[in-house]
Design a protein around this ligand. Structure first.
Ligand code: PGA
Length: 248
């Protein structure tokens, strides 16, 4: 079935010496029946490649620009990420949607460019607190999925969806396993409208204040296949503990 995926999203954290210490410490994690991924800032992907090559840990990017090359000052292409050994890239994180105004259409182009380059997109979707209070959670998730994947026909195993309720990110108040499963199950139903039975091969992660204390309950749910971990991924022992619980 689906192998659990524990992915660390470092966000804008990790100077080279900090990255080296954290990546080196992660190497102590023993491989089990779960995959581990780290998404550090682009400035230390080279270090990730140097330190993690030959281990079971994969590394990926937090962002990508949807073009092969050219006049896109400051941006990084899928091929550049591949050249650094990346296998995944996050797209559509709510921080980029909110702070940088990324639209569903722009995110769709990133997903397409990543698939084209044989990188696995981790497409993030999630409602704000106001949207949830207004009963719009499913409508928001459906729109982000349908527009983020519009016109694309990926194999289920070639994409990852991260359900990240915006109100749970960095708040210390994760969704309950039950609430997270309600939305992750809905995500799989929407995916099955798009991909048919292959939706069963898509890994759906939960993200938002995941810790070693709540990961087991989350992973016990049928449609939660892993976690996208922010703050807790910056502490090696905590991230390894989350991974250990996922592989158990
Ligand atoms: P958090 O962040 O674990 O710090 O809540 C998750 C994310 O934004 O991916």
């Amino acid at each position: 079935m689906r192998t659990p995926l524990i992915a660390g999203n470092w966000k804008m954290n990790g100077l080279p010496d900090e990255a080296e210490a954290l990546l080196t410490a992660l190497k102590a994690a023993e491989k089990g029946r779960a995959d581990m991924l780290v998404c550090p800032p682009a400035t230390v992907l080279f270090e990730a490649q140097a330190i993690l090559t030959g281990t079971h840990i994969e590394w990926g990017a937090q962002n990508v620009y949807p073009a092969e090359k050219g006049a896109y000052t400051g941006e990084i292409s899928p091929a550049m990420l591949s050249a650094l050994g990346c296998t995944y890239a996050i797209c559509g994180h709510s921080e980029r949607r909110q702070l940088l105004g990324e639209t569903d259409e722009f995110i769709r182009r990133k997903v397409a460019a990543l698939l084209e380059a044989h990188l696995t997109p981790i497409l993030c979707v999630g409602e704000t607190a106001d949207e949830r209070a207004a009963g719009k959670t499913e409508a928001v998730i459906r729109r982000e999925l349908e527009e983020g994947l519009a016109g694309l026909t990926p194999r289920g195993s070639d994409i990852v969806i991260a359900y990240e309720p915006v109100w749970a990110i960095g708040s210390g108040a994760a969704a309950t396993a039950e609430d997270a499963e309600a939305v992750c199950g809905f995500i799989r139903r929407v995916l099955s409208e798009m991909l048919g039975e292959d939706a069963d091969n898509v890994r759906i992660l939960y993200g938002g204040s995941v810790t070693s204390a709540n990961i087991s309950d989350l992973l016990a749910e049928a449609d939660i296949d892993g976690a996208l971990v922010g703050g807790a991924s910056l502490k090696a022992a905590e991230f390894i503990s989350i991974y250990d619980k996922a592989k158990a």
